[in-house]
Write a protein that binds this ligand. Structure first.
Ligand code: ZN
Ligand code: ZN
Length: 241
């Protein structure tokens, strides 16, 4: 194996989804080098063994019966963003289950079981702090609402508008990729209903980003000054990522 630079090793770890961090001075592939496992343990192993995918953890994966654990840091499951591995916890006589620290859209951080995320059983922290009209809302909704002095989860018949400006009849919809990637037709129907009731609609399509405030407020102004059916889609750079 040719001698790699430290940066190349780090890139390889990321590319192969190996949840290890190289800490020690790297001399060559065959000298045991200090690594930090995603579980927090420090251990020495030859770089060679890591890069050839023979070593993926300090041994914790094997010991806990989770050799095939999926590493899901930075992935989104419903309203949850996985931050990092939390711990293994024994459930009865079964093998130990992996938990991940997740950040909910409401801001709560909670450890949630791997399987519950992967099987779509859990999509929220379960104790969302932010509610309006019986429907949870996100920090992003709250932020945008603050910009326009809007109302959250504003009810128009059976539709809850994410952020509404009732006086101006402007509806702001925040469509995140996770929930909306496959439901454009459904979203169109919803928007059409609002348009038919005289609302103007601005849809933000995004991964988890906020729009640029200045640019966004320009669109609000445009909507205010428009007297015809108005629907503008603002697609942010992280839509689809
Ligand atoms: Zn470990
Ligand atoms: Zn929550």
């Amino acid at each position: 194996m040719k001698k790699l630079s430290r940066k190349e090793i780090i890139n390889k770890l990321v590319q192969n989804n190996i949840p290890l961090t190289i800490l020690g001075d790297y001399k060559n592939c065959r000298t045991p080098t200090l690594f930090k496992c995603y579980c927090g343990n420090l251990f020495n192993v030859k770089v060679q063994s890591v890069l050839s995918l023979n070593t993926k953890s300090c041994g914790c994966l094997h010991k806990s019966g989770n050799s095939n654990l999926k590493f899901i840091s930075n992935e989104i499951f419903g309203h949850l963003l996985v931050i990092k591995f939390a711990y293994f916890k024994k459930a009865g006589s079964q093998r130990r289950k992996a938990y991940w620290w997740c950040k909910c859209e409401c801001g709560n951080i909670k450890a949630i079981r791997s399987n519950d995320l992967l099987c779509n059983k859990r999509k929220r922290c379960g104790e969302c702090k932010l509610h309006k009209n019986g429907v949870p809302y996100s920090f992003i909704q709250q932020e945008i609402s603050g910009w326009v002095n809007g109302e959250l989860n504003y009810k128009v018949e059976n539709i809850y508008i994410d952020v509404a400006m009732p006086k101006e009849k402007i509806a702001i919809e925040y469509d995140s990729w996770y929930w909306h990637k496959h439901q454009f037709i459904k979203d169109c129907k919803r928007v059409n209903k609002l348009l038919n009731k005289g609302w103007k609609v601005i849809t933000i399509r995004s991964g988890r980003k906020l729009p640029d405030k200045k640019e966004f407020l320009k669109h609000i102004e445009k909507a205010e000054n428009n007297n015809t059916r108005y629907w503008h889609i603002l697609t942010l750079s992280d839509w689809g990522k």
